[in-house]
Write a protein that binds this ligand. Structure first.
Ligand code: AMP
Length: 143
């Protein structure tokens, strides 16, 4: 399955923030939406960073409660690795493993077009494995 197939199953909604949004408001959004990361976008819709729950935990551990008053721009990872709709599930696993992160924003024509999490990748891999096993079963029983 490729990224387009994954997005067809899960939808294209992406939770975003602006660079000036506070970490407190981002933490509230992460909790309310039950997600692990938020993509930071400029006014023109281009991706400029990502803030994950890990960034927030690390910052609170070093700065205490004042970490929550910082803007997203202080904390976000700026070198965001993204993916395109024609990339395969295997390629996404490779990128997540190499970068040690669990989220990959999808970019199409320079704009944010979705997000794939490690949970989506695992779900797609299980669906692929089940389809392969089913094809094998029907091949064996029809032989
Ligand atoms: P995660 O595993 O996604 O919670 O993120 C772990 C760390 O990687 C955090 O510092 C994130 O800001 C960063 N991160 C998450 N996703 C990406 C990405 N696609 N590209 C670059 N860094 C990322």
């Amino acid at each position: 399955m490729n990224v387009a197939g994954i997005l067809e199953l899960k939808g294209r909604d992406v939770a975003t923030a602006t660079p000036t949004d506070s970490i407190e408001s981002i933490a509230r959004n992460l909790a309310a939406l039950k997600i692990g990361a938020i993509v930071v976008v400029e006014a023109d819709g281009s991706v400029c960073g990502i803030v994950s729950e890990r960034d927030i935990v690390r910052s609170i551990a070093s700065k205490g409660a004042e970490a929550l008053a910082q803007p997203a721009s202080e904390l976000m990872t700026r070198a965001v690795v993204t993916c395109a709709e024609d990339e395969t599930n295997a390629k996404l696993m490779e990128k997540m493993t190499a970068g040690r992160f669990r989220h990959l924003p999808v970019v199409a024509s320079g704009k944010l077009a979705g997000i794939v999490s490690i949970g989506d990748v695992v779900k797609a891999r299980i669906a692929e494995a089940e389809a392969e096993a089913e094809a094998m079963r029907s091949y064996i029983t029809s032989a």
